[in-house]
Design a protein around this ligand. Structure first.
Ligand code: 6CS
Length: 349
């Protein structure tokens, strides 16, 4: 039998081997043919809301760089916000945008983003935080993974303002008001601590409940007050500076893990580009939405609480942090510690 002669290692033709490896690597990322799929992406807002603009930008980038198609399902087409997350967990949706305000019962630690007077007000700090935060990109990513969700990004949607029938400047003024909140238990605790009567209601019921005086107020970011015309059923819009609205984009973990490296790279590049874009866009939209409302509704009273008026609300925020720890235990305590470290980094960067 003919003996195979092996080349000693040092005599192997190094250049061709390296070239082949390099070629295979490039193939993996760029040229491997992959089937053109259609991906479903559900959002909690209309297609012109911030989540809709984000999803459209993501779709545009994906469709420019591949043969895959993205179908966007705006609010109402697939059920209420909480239904969407279940559909993504089951792999019926490839992508979903869901806000921490609706995630409290599934991932209690997600409510850290709802804590009043914790997230920064300054745009440069907000931008840095969303891009670099370990709380988002490591801790929350891991917590989502445990629920069959692949966290892709989080972004802000602007300052949260409170719309009411009557003027309030103190916690006592709020005591007679039912204020609608998203379903998160922490938001309920927040408005209790603020002296009001918190009333969780699904998104689709906010307008009607305000119109019929079933509730006397609600909170949402400025662009949302404008795009959903909530200002039409409000007499007063007040800023107490307690929070910015945050939201999370996730993929079905099953879908993501079964994707090729090429697809994962395609998705993460589109997510990064769309996130950089939306962080600046949402800021501009907040300014224009405020101006639009003030122009079409000059009779509304626009109030910004002074620092002294905010102080009792800030004090109540401490109680809400204690409630957060009660709800989440040592895991939540660690999430809050990490968040505070991230916020310090954002301040000092
Ligand atoms: O308050 C809500 O229910 C909604 N607010 C915003 C800004 N986005 C989605 C959510 O459904």
């Amino acid at each position: 039998m003919k003996k195979i002669k092996y080349l000693p290692l040092r005599e192997l033709p190094v250049q061709p081997v390296l070239l082949t490896c390099f070629y295979l690597f490039i193939q993996l990322f760029i040229t491997l043919p992959s089937k053109a799929d259609t991906w479903r992406y559900a959002i909690e807002e209309s297609s012109t809301g911030i989540q809709g603009v984000y999803a459209s930008r993501f779709k545009q980038i994906i469709e420019k760089n591949s043969d895959h198609k993205v179908l966007i399902y705006p609010f109402g087409t697939l059920g209420e916000s909480t239904d969407l997350l279940e559909q993504a967990q089951a792999g019926l949706l490839q992508f979903v945008d869901q806000s921490p305000g609706f995630m409290g019962s599934l991932i209690p630690e997600a409510q850290v983003f709802l804590l009043p007077y914790v997230l920064p007000e300054k745009h440069s700090e907000i931008a840095y935080f969303f891009k670099h935060s370990k709380t988002i990109h490591q801790t929350f990513h891991k917590l989502c993974g445990e629920q069959d969700l692949e966290l892709l990004t989080m972004f802000p949607e602007g300052n949260v303002a409170i719309t009411t029938r009557e003027v309030f400047r103190s916690k006592e003024d709020l005591s007679s008001m039912k204020i609608r909140v998203m379903s998160s238990p922490l938001l309920i605790e927040t408005y209790k601590a603020f002296g009001a009567v918190p009333t969780p209601l699904p998104t689709g019921e906010i307008f009607g409940a305000l119109q019929t005086n079933m509730i006397q107020g609600q909170e949402n970011p400025w662009f949302y007050l404008e795009s959903t015309k909530l200002y039409e059923v409000s007499n007063v819009i007040t800023e107490i500076g307690h929070n910015i609205y945050t939201t999370a984009v996730m993929a079905s973990k099953k879908f993501y893990e079964n994707s090729t490296l090429e697809v994962k790279f395609l998705i993460s590049s589109a997510i990064k580009e769309a996130t950089d874009f939306i962080i600046e866009y949402q800021r501009e939209l907040e300014i224009s939405a405020k101006l639009k409302i003030q122009k079409v509704a000059p009779n509304i009273q626009y109030i910004t609480l002074t620092d002294a008026e905010r102080e009792p609300f800030r004090q109540s925020a401490k109680k809400v942090q204690a409630k957060f720890i009660d709800m989440t235990g040592s895991s939540g305590k660690e999430v809050l510690r990490q968040l505070q470290e991230d916020l310090n980094d954002a301040k000092n960067h």
